[in-house]
Each structure stands twice: as C-alpha cells, then as structure tokens.
Ligand binder design. Sequence first.
Ligand SMILES: [Zn+2]
Length: 216
Amino acid sequence: MDVAADLLLGASCPGCGVPGWGICTSCRTSLSAAAPFEVVRSIASFPAVSSAMVYEGPVRRLIAAHKERHARGATPALAGLLAAAVSHRRSDGALTIVPVPSTRRAVRERGYDSVRLIADAAARTLCREGRSVEVVPALRHVRRPADQSSLDTTARWANLHGALAGERVDGPVVVVDDVCTTGATLLEACRALHAAGVETCEAATVSATVLRRSRP
Ligand SMILES: [Zn+2]
C-alpha cells in the first residue's frame, strides 16, 4: 500500500474498497481459490498460456489498483498468483521469465513498472520453492501502438505487430503479464522473442478473461 496515499485518502482494501489496511480477509479468501487454467484464444500462432484466475471480482480490482493507484502492497498477492500460473505452465526445471514491458511513459507517470514488480516477486517465490528462475527484461517497445481499448482482436493484433523487439535469452522462456484479454500482447511478445532466436516461448498471467462457454 502507498502509505502517503492512505494517510491522505483513508486506507481501504484495494480489492473491494472496505475500510482497513491492506487486502481484506474476504478478498484473500477469494484469491486463495485460484485454480490455474489454460488460456484459449482462436488466433493463429497463439502461444501456450496459463493464468491463475478469471479476470473478475477482487483480482480484477487488485490489478487495476496496483497499476493505476499505487497499491504496491498488493504485489505479494499478485505475485503468488503469477507464480502459480508459471508453475502450471512449466512445473519443473530452470526457466527465464520475461515481463511484458510497460511503456516508458507509463513508468514515468506511475513511478514504477507494475508487471516487472510482480514478475520479480513471483521469481523470488519460485526460487524459494527450489526452482531456478531468472527475470530478464528481454523485450522493449520499438514503436508506440495506438490506444487498444476501442479495437477488436484482429485490429489489436495488426496494431501491435512489430511494436516489440526481443533479445535472445537462454533456456525455456515464460513471458508474463498481469492480464490476458484478447491475447494480442502475448502473441506479439512471443513473436518478438522467436524473431530474436528464442526457441521455446510460453506465457503466464495473473488473470485472463474467458468466454462464458469455456470457463474453467
Ligand atoms: Zn477486500
């Protein structure tokens, strides 16, 4: 939690808004019900993606609070979910985690890179569990895409294509992000890493939207 903001605005749970310090018991209970699942998207070349929770309820609000409202106290909870998703994707052996990068502008405005914070904490969790996991920021923006919010899936893919450049990193790579909606960002991230010579590239996210028919 951003202490200065709390003192100014009054402390509340970043997952549901009830007054108090940090994530409330009810939201923690909701997060503890996470059951990682395979994310399915009908786009050609879509990578293998695992996610910890459906993007709704407390986890959705926690991600928004972490990204937009400086709720950095939510980092451990979100990192725990991301670590579970990474393990669901790749349950043993060494791996390299590559975070989807925030734009320089977003980092400047927020003062931190939300996904990087979650990725670093998730890697520490996995290392404590005995895994050999390293975070390598091997992706960077090379072109600023237009605002994605009003675009459909096909338009998002076209908008994002070529937006990222990757560096070659060793070992199996798991790209991580906070949320997977259309999947266009993960597709572009894996395309950029493949283009840089990475052979095995999968992905994991804290949460993902799902079609009603294919809910886990
Ligand atoms: Zn709550």
